[in-house]
Design a protein around this ligand. Sequence first.
Ligand SMILES: Cc1ncc(COP(=O)(O)O)c(C=O)c1O
Length: 386
Amino acid sequence: MCNAEPDLSTDALGLQERKDMVNQHVKSLSPKVAGPPKADNAIRLDKGELPYPPSRHVIEAIASAARTLNRYPDILGGELRGALANYTKAKPEQIIIGNGSDDLIELIVKTFVQPGEEVLLPVPTFFVYWHSTELINARPVFVQRTADFGLDVEALLQKVTPQTKVLFIANPNNPTANLVARETIIQILDFSDRPRADRLDCMVVVDECYYEICQETVADLVDKYPHLIVLRSFSKSFGLAGLRVGYAIANEVIVDYLYRAAQLFPVSKLALVGAIAALEEISYVEANLDQIRQERGKLGKALQQLGFIIYPSATNFLFVRTEPLGITSKDLVGALQEKNIFVADFGGKPGLDEYYFRTAVGTRTENQRLLDGLQEAIAARKIDRS
Ligand SMILES: Cc1ncc(COP(=O)(O)O)c(C=O)c1O
């Protein structure tokens, strides 16, 4: 037996050759970074989560289903599909269930877009749209939103080419929190009927991840517009981000093709059962969301009093502009982190300058800790400058 240390250098293992085998477009994706572990008492407002734990009913349903984990989950989402049809008023065949809506975003891109083709993205918006596009070596085409983060419909139309296959509209949008009016979405959907030169002939995905918070939807239009796909999630309003369940509502022919491209068992049995239990107890969801709406109003006002610009929110988070205080969001987010308070820095992200962060609405105590942390960071900054 030899006790010498193994030579792990790239060349000795032939790793360089393996690296060369990785697809070029995958090499250009950013590495995923977990970041340092957060302390138990950390104020976690960076991921847009709900601060409340799942209901007892959901926990018990999951615990009970754990006894049958030797079996695979049902194909096509089993009973959850029927429960969602009931909840959404769509037909079961118009629903596809995925491993979070992130999974469905990737599935939509895989199903409709070829390498080299284009995905239209009004920015700022949710990064998974362009990550999924780059993953298949297709091209995200960014179109700047208006100053108040609405859709610039004319600018969108100007970017349409025969290569444009999908348009993603997060409604409400992440990170800007605002809603686009139903009429604007219908206007965009109707562009598919225009003469060729003025036509938007692609799939239109309306991502309603925050539906229960704002109650605005175009899901009722899937029978009229076969190029409309509506996305929903259990991560936000239902407070089940860790469970990973999302779903899409679309014409049944489109759903059939999406399911062909999907994995056979993309959603775990525990996730399917947990989502059914959550739908059985909508009153728990509504009570949590009432609480969030109240806290959102209070937090927004208090942030304004500190001198920030706050944008109208139809979500469980607030989008904050730090520019009036002359502090970049990077500096502010860094100062909060040192106090164990986490919000998401959006400074410099596509479509944005250096002065934006997003904070989830937490419990009253969490929100107060955030406000105290910000106040201290602003005061420290003033002292530094004097
Ligand atoms: C607009 C939007 N779509 C989709 C998602 C992802 O949701 P899920 O947890 O269901 O993958 C998010 C999460 O932040 C989001 O903001």
